[in-house]
Design a binder for this molecule. Structure first.
Ligand code: HEC
Length: 200
Protein backbone atom coordinates (compact mmCIF):
# COMPACT_ATOMS: atom_id res chain seq x y z
CA UNK A 1 0.00 0.00 0.00
CA UNK A 2 1.05 3.54 -0.74
CA UNK A 3 2.86 5.03 2.23
CA UNK A 4 0.97 8.36 1.99
CA UNK A 5 -2.40 6.57 1.92
CA UNK A 6 -1.47 4.54 4.99
CA UNK A 7 -0.49 7.75 6.72
CA UNK A 8 -3.79 9.37 5.73
CA UNK A 9 -5.85 6.48 7.04
CA UNK A 10 -4.15 6.57 10.41
CA UNK A 11 -4.52 10.37 10.50
CA UNK A 12 -8.25 10.18 9.77
CA UNK A 13 -8.53 7.33 12.25
CA UNK A 14 -6.82 9.31 15.01
CA UNK A 15 -8.91 12.38 14.24
CA UNK A 16 -12.06 10.26 14.45
CA UNK A 17 -10.99 8.82 17.81
CA UNK A 18 -10.30 12.34 19.09
CA UNK A 19 -13.78 13.48 18.07
CA UNK A 20 -15.33 10.46 19.77
CA UNK A 21 -13.40 11.13 22.97
CA UNK A 22 -14.28 14.83 22.86
CA UNK A 23 -17.93 14.08 22.21
CA UNK A 24 -18.14 11.80 25.17
CA UNK A 25 -16.27 14.13 27.49
CA UNK A 26 -17.78 17.50 26.57
CA UNK A 27 -21.22 18.08 27.94
CA UNK A 28 -22.87 21.05 29.57
CA UNK A 29 -24.16 18.98 32.51
CA UNK A 30 -21.25 18.38 34.90
CA UNK A 31 -23.07 15.40 36.38
CA UNK A 32 -23.58 13.65 33.06
CA UNK A 33 -21.09 10.97 32.13
CA UNK A 34 -21.42 11.97 28.41
CA UNK A 35 -22.17 9.48 25.66
CA UNK A 36 -22.26 5.99 27.07
CA UNK A 37 -21.19 3.18 24.77
CA UNK A 38 -21.92 0.33 27.12
CA UNK A 39 -24.39 1.66 29.70
CA UNK A 40 -24.52 -1.70 31.48
CA UNK A 41 -20.93 -1.17 32.47
CA UNK A 42 -21.84 2.04 34.30
CA UNK A 43 -25.38 1.40 35.40
CA UNK A 44 -25.68 -1.55 37.68
CA UNK A 45 -28.99 -3.32 37.19
CA UNK A 46 -29.26 -3.87 40.96
CA UNK A 47 -32.04 -2.25 42.97
CA UNK A 48 -31.49 0.04 45.93
CA UNK A 49 -32.58 -1.41 49.27
CA UNK A 50 -35.36 1.09 49.87
CA UNK A 51 -36.36 1.79 46.27
CA UNK A 52 -39.43 0.37 44.57
CA UNK A 53 -38.85 -2.90 42.83
CA UNK A 54 -40.91 -4.23 39.89
CA UNK A 55 -40.43 -7.81 41.09
CA UNK A 56 -42.45 -7.12 44.22
CA UNK A 57 -45.78 -5.51 43.40
CA UNK A 58 -46.15 -2.05 45.01
CA UNK A 59 -43.27 -2.89 47.22
CA UNK A 60 -39.63 -2.11 47.83
CA UNK A 61 -36.54 -4.24 47.49
CA UNK A 62 -36.07 -4.74 51.22
CA UNK A 63 -38.75 -7.23 52.20
CA UNK A 64 -39.82 -8.08 55.73
CA UNK A 65 -38.49 -11.44 56.89
CA UNK A 66 -40.94 -14.33 56.72
CA UNK A 67 -42.96 -14.70 59.92
CA UNK A 68 -41.10 -16.88 62.41
CA UNK A 69 -37.66 -16.10 60.95
CA UNK A 70 -34.80 -16.41 63.40
CA UNK A 71 -32.52 -13.37 63.44
CA UNK A 72 -28.80 -13.50 62.88
CA UNK A 73 -27.03 -14.28 66.14
CA UNK A 74 -30.19 -15.75 67.61
CA UNK A 75 -29.45 -19.32 66.57
CA UNK A 76 -28.15 -21.23 69.56
CA UNK A 77 -24.41 -21.40 69.08
CA UNK A 78 -24.23 -21.55 72.84
CA UNK A 79 -26.13 -24.81 72.95
CA UNK A 80 -29.54 -23.67 74.14
CA UNK A 81 -32.62 -22.62 72.26
CA UNK A 82 -33.62 -19.71 74.51
CA UNK A 83 -32.43 -16.95 72.21
CA UNK A 84 -34.32 -18.34 69.24
CA UNK A 85 -37.67 -18.94 70.92
CA UNK A 86 -40.18 -16.07 70.91
CA UNK A 87 -41.13 -14.47 74.23
CA UNK A 88 -44.58 -15.78 75.01
CA UNK A 89 -45.90 -13.21 77.49
CA UNK A 90 -47.72 -10.09 76.23
CA UNK A 91 -46.77 -6.60 77.36
CA UNK A 92 -49.67 -6.30 79.83
CA UNK A 93 -50.09 -6.46 83.59
CA UNK A 94 -51.45 -10.01 83.21
CA UNK A 95 -48.40 -10.94 81.12
CA UNK A 96 -46.13 -9.49 83.84
CA UNK A 97 -47.89 -11.41 86.61
CA UNK A 98 -47.93 -14.66 84.61
CA UNK A 99 -44.23 -14.34 83.72
CA UNK A 100 -43.53 -13.68 87.42
CA UNK A 101 -45.06 -17.04 88.37
CA UNK A 102 -44.17 -19.29 85.44
CA UNK A 103 -40.93 -18.00 83.92
CA UNK A 104 -37.66 -19.27 85.35
CA UNK A 105 -34.04 -18.93 84.34
CA UNK A 106 -32.48 -21.64 82.17
CA UNK A 107 -29.16 -21.05 83.97
CA UNK A 108 -28.06 -22.86 87.08
CA UNK A 109 -26.76 -20.51 89.76
CA UNK A 110 -23.03 -20.13 89.26
CA UNK A 111 -20.32 -17.62 89.98
CA UNK A 112 -19.32 -17.62 86.29
CA UNK A 113 -22.82 -16.66 85.07
CA UNK A 114 -23.18 -13.98 87.75
CA UNK A 115 -19.77 -12.59 86.76
CA UNK A 116 -20.91 -12.29 83.14
CA UNK A 117 -24.11 -10.65 84.36
CA UNK A 118 -22.07 -8.16 86.36
CA UNK A 119 -20.21 -7.06 83.22
CA UNK A 120 -23.54 -6.43 81.44
CA UNK A 121 -24.95 -4.66 84.50
CA UNK A 122 -21.99 -2.31 84.72
CA UNK A 123 -22.26 -1.42 81.05
CA UNK A 124 -26.01 -1.05 80.66
CA UNK A 125 -27.78 -0.68 83.97
CA UNK A 126 -25.44 0.79 86.58
CA UNK A 127 -25.76 4.39 85.39
CA UNK A 128 -29.37 4.30 86.59
CA UNK A 129 -29.47 1.56 89.19
CA UNK A 130 -26.16 2.34 90.92
CA UNK A 131 -23.17 0.11 91.59
CA UNK A 132 -24.94 -1.90 94.30
CA UNK A 133 -28.40 -1.56 92.76
CA UNK A 134 -29.49 0.99 95.34
CA UNK A 135 -31.02 3.30 92.75
CA UNK A 136 -28.27 5.90 92.91
CA UNK A 137 -26.54 5.71 89.51
CA UNK A 138 -24.70 8.60 87.86
CA UNK A 139 -27.72 9.52 85.75
CA UNK A 140 -29.83 9.84 88.88
CA UNK A 141 -27.20 12.14 90.42
CA UNK A 142 -27.96 14.66 87.67
CA UNK A 143 -31.33 15.17 89.32
CA UNK A 144 -33.15 14.78 86.02
CA UNK A 145 -34.58 11.33 86.77
CA UNK A 146 -36.28 10.03 89.90
CA UNK A 147 -34.28 7.15 91.43
CA UNK A 148 -35.34 3.58 90.63
CA UNK A 149 -36.22 1.51 93.70
CA UNK A 150 -33.32 -0.33 95.37
CA UNK A 151 -33.06 -4.03 94.50
CA UNK A 152 -32.64 -4.92 98.17
CA UNK A 153 -35.43 -2.62 99.34
CA UNK A 154 -38.93 -3.69 100.35
CA UNK A 155 -40.47 -3.30 96.89
CA UNK A 156 -37.90 -5.38 94.98
CA UNK A 157 -36.21 -7.63 97.55
CA UNK A 158 -38.46 -10.57 96.64
CA UNK A 159 -39.11 -9.66 93.01
CA UNK A 160 -39.17 -12.92 91.03
CA UNK A 161 -36.79 -13.53 88.16
CA UNK A 162 -39.70 -13.90 85.72
CA UNK A 163 -40.89 -10.38 86.50
CA UNK A 164 -37.35 -9.08 86.08
CA UNK A 165 -37.10 -10.74 82.68
CA UNK A 166 -40.44 -9.25 81.67
CA UNK A 167 -39.34 -5.75 82.72
CA UNK A 168 -35.96 -5.98 80.97
CA UNK A 169 -37.75 -7.22 77.83
CA UNK A 170 -40.55 -4.65 77.65
CA UNK A 171 -39.40 -1.88 79.99
CA UNK A 172 -41.43 -0.49 82.89
CA UNK A 173 -42.21 3.09 83.86
CA UNK A 174 -39.13 5.20 83.16
CA UNK A 175 -37.00 2.18 82.27
CA UNK A 176 -37.00 1.43 78.56
CA UNK A 177 -37.02 -1.98 76.90
CA UNK A 178 -33.59 -3.59 76.63
CA UNK A 179 -34.74 -6.36 74.28
CA UNK A 180 -32.84 -5.00 71.30
CA UNK A 181 -29.58 -4.67 73.25
CA UNK A 182 -29.56 -7.92 75.20
CA UNK A 183 -30.15 -11.45 73.94
CA UNK A 184 -32.42 -13.53 76.14
CA UNK A 185 -29.38 -15.35 77.50
CA UNK A 186 -27.76 -12.03 78.43
CA UNK A 187 -30.97 -10.94 80.18
CA UNK A 188 -30.89 -14.09 82.32
CA UNK A 189 -27.22 -13.57 83.11
CA UNK A 190 -27.75 -10.01 84.32
CA UNK A 191 -30.73 -11.22 86.35
CA UNK A 192 -28.49 -13.66 88.19
CA UNK A 193 -26.26 -10.74 89.16
CA UNK A 194 -29.27 -8.66 90.26
CA UNK A 195 -30.28 -11.55 92.51
CA UNK A 196 -26.94 -11.14 94.26
CA UNK A 197 -27.62 -7.41 94.69
CA UNK A 198 -31.07 -8.22 96.14
CA UNK A 199 -29.31 -10.03 98.99
CA UNK A 200 -26.99 -7.12 99.95
C1 HEC B 1 -32.80 4.91 82.32
C2 HEC B 1 -32.51 4.32 83.59
C3 HEC B 1 -32.54 2.82 83.69
C4 HEC B 1 -31.73 1.92 83.05
C5 HEC B 1 -30.64 2.19 82.02
C6 HEC B 1 -32.11 0.63 83.54
N1 HEC B 1 -33.12 0.74 84.43
FE1 HEC B 1 -34.01 -0.78 85.41
N2 HEC B 1 -35.34 0.51 86.24
C7 HEC B 1 -35.33 1.88 86.07
C8 HEC B 1 -36.48 2.44 86.76
C9 HEC B 1 -36.83 3.91 86.82
C10 HEC B 1 -37.18 1.37 87.33
C11 HEC B 1 -38.49 1.41 88.12
C12 HEC B 1 -39.63 1.12 87.14
C13 HEC B 1 -41.01 1.18 87.75
O1 HEC B 1 -41.29 0.38 88.65
O2 HEC B 1 -41.78 2.04 87.31
C14 HEC B 1 -36.43 0.17 86.99
C15 HEC B 1 -36.77 -1.09 87.41
C16 HEC B 1 -36.00 -2.22 87.21
C17 HEC B 1 -36.29 -3.52 87.77
C18 HEC B 1 -37.47 -3.87 88.64
C19 HEC B 1 -38.54 -4.31 87.69
C20 HEC B 1 -39.89 -4.62 88.28
O3 HEC B 1 -40.51 -5.52 87.71
O4 HEC B 1 -40.32 -3.94 89.22
C21 HEC B 1 -35.31 -4.36 87.33
C22 HEC B 1 -35.16 -5.84 87.63
C23 HEC B 1 -34.42 -3.59 86.50
N3 HEC B 1 -34.85 -2.30 86.45
C24 HEC B 1 -33.32 -4.10 85.87
C25 HEC B 1 -32.55 -3.39 84.97
C26 HEC B 1 -31.49 -3.97 84.18
C27 HEC B 1 -31.06 -5.40 84.24
C28 HEC B 1 -30.98 -2.97 83.43
C29 HEC B 1 -29.85 -3.04 82.42
C30 HEC B 1 -29.96 -4.03 81.42
C31 HEC B 1 -31.72 -1.76 83.74
N4 HEC B 1 -32.67 -2.06 84.67
C32 HEC B 1 -31.47 -0.55 83.16
C33 HEC B 1 -34.40 2.61 85.38
C34 HEC B 1 -33.42 2.06 84.56
Amino acid sequence: MNKALKYNISLVGSAFMCIVVLMSSCTTDPNSPGVEYMPDMYRSPSYETYSTNPFFKDSMTAQLPVAGSIGRGEWPETGSLINALPYAYPNTLEGYEAAGVELTSPFEKSAAVAAEGKVIFEKMCMHCHGEKGEGNGKLIDTGKFPPPPAYNGGALKNLTEGKMFHTITYGKGLMGSHASQLTKEDRWKVIQYIQELQQL
